[in-house]
Ligand binder design. Structure first.
Ligand SMILES: C=C(O[C@H]1C=CC=C(C(=O)O)[C@@H]1O)C(=O)O
Length: 407
């Protein structure tokens, strides 16, 4: 386990006047961010970092490290709100056996929530070199691991596997590559995403950048909430077609079953942790600029002092990104996708020293590195799935990051 830190952490949180657009305050091109409707946290610099080794105990290792780091910290926090005091941003790979899961405690975090704003600093306040955001310029796209026809064939194979009775659902994803004229400054992408997708969680952790609509879990004291998504249709060309698509999605047996699998996986994971759990009987429609989703808002009360990372560990991977049953779906994903998902479809978010935090599923995102980006999009495959329609759905999901890159 590789660990870098300034120990013990000397943490100070002070209330500040409204800082305006949080993203406009970021000094460098590789920041940490978690923003929805202008609220959330942004961070920069690095007071501590852990690269978590792959394996079934990776969430335990992460929790142990955070526990000893935060317990040993000297914290002077005049705000005492979720997200004040020391905060770690994190990204876990989808596949527990893959390397690349990380937790980072930024040296500076600026936050806004519920009409309050605060600034957390760790260690001596030093001067930070400030650069201006630079547009990436022209973008060239290329195929990722599979071409579009190859991915359609993988979907057709998954459908045959499901019809043979081996599994109910599997989420298959594909990747696209993008190369920009200049190094990609994630601040440019974050600002575009936050304006166009205010309903989503605009995030960035170590270059994994996107705007996900799917809240894995928000943890505030003992209250938890989750927004479960599965079942999708692209937006229509005009209001009439759009409304008809929404009605058809809501009435589609295939999509309702796909959604029910995702809700059941969340319910099964949360029930043992909760004294009460509220799961809606029917989904609602979530309409985003690129797609419409079936959505279920699940809420509950934890029966003990489990932290947000405990809840994340119990939930991942939900059937919104894995499938049903989970073990079989994960084997089929490895076999048919043929690619490393990295942080895509893994948990991404933040945790504070009280165990509060917000974690999403890293969807509608890309891994940014220098001039290159790797974009990801996936679809829940069911017995009734049509490979052509699934490809169109994946293209609609790619549009989020294509817009972020191109403007
Ligand atoms: C796997 C993705 O979306 C998931 C979340 C919402 C709806 C989904 C669907 O309808 O297929 C997927 O389960 C993705 O965006 O890459």
């Amino acid at each position: 386990m590789s660990v870098v830190l300034i120990r013990p952490l000397a943490v100070r949180t002070v209330a500040v006047s409204d800082p305006g657009d949080l993203l406009s305050r970021l000094p460098d091109a590789m920041p940490y961010a978690w923003i929805r409707h202008g609220e959330g946290l942004v961070g920069w610099g690095e007071a501590a970092r852990i690269v978590i080794p792959p394996g079934p105990d990776r969430f335990d290792r992460a929790r142990e490290w955070l526990g000893s780091l935060f317990d040993g910290a000297r914290i002077d926090d005049e705000v005492e709100a979720p997200g004040s005091g020391p905060v770690a941003f994190g990204s876990f790979t989808f596949d527990g056996d893959a390397a690349g899961s990380t937790l980072v405690v930024p040296r500076t975090v600026l936050a806004r929530r519920g009409g309050r704003a605060w600034l957390t600093t760790i260690g001596e306040a030093g001067s930070v070199p400030v650069t201006s955001p630079v547009e990436p310029g022209r973008i060239r796209y290329g195929d990722g691991t599979l071409t579009a026809p190859e991915w359609e064939q993988a979907v057709a194979r998954a459908v045959r596997r499901i019809r043979s009775g081996t599994l109910d659902k599997v989420v298959l994803a594909r990747d696209l590559t993008a190369t920009a004229e200049r190094d990609i400054d994630t601040r440019v992408l974050l600002s575009r995403l936050a304006v166009r997708y205010p309903e989503c969680y605009t995030f960035s952790v170590d270059g994994l950048t996107g705007a996900t609509p799917e809240l894995l879990v928000r943890h505030t004291g003992r209250s938890i909430e989750s927004l479960v998504l599965a079942g999708t249709t692209p937006r229509g060309a005009g209001p009439a077609e759009d409304a008809a698509r929404g009605v058809a999605l809501y009435a589609s047996g295939k999509d309702r079953h796909e959604h029910a699998c995702a809700v059941a996986s969340v319910q099964e994971a949360l029930a043992p942790l909760c004294s009460t759990l509220d799961v809606p009987a029917r989904p609602e429609l979530l309409v985003l600029p690129n797609v419409q989703h079936l959505a279920s808002r699940v809420s509950g009360r934890l029966s003990d002092g489990a932290s947000v990372l405990d809840v994340v560990a119990a939930m991942h991977p939900t059937a919104a990104v894995g499938g049903t049953p989970t073990g079989t779906a994960l084997r089929v994903i490895r076999e048919l996708e043929g690619m490393a998902r990295g942080g895509y479809a893994g948990p991404v978010g933040w945790i504070d020293s009280r165990g509060d935090g917000e974690w999403g599923i890293a969807l509608r995102c890309a891994q940014i590195s220098g001039r290159r980006a790797r974009l990801f999009a996936g679809c829940g495959i069911m017995a009734g799935s049509d490979p052509v329609a699934e490809l169109a759905e994946a293209q609609a999901k790619f549009r989020v990051m294509q817009y972020a890159l191109e403007g």
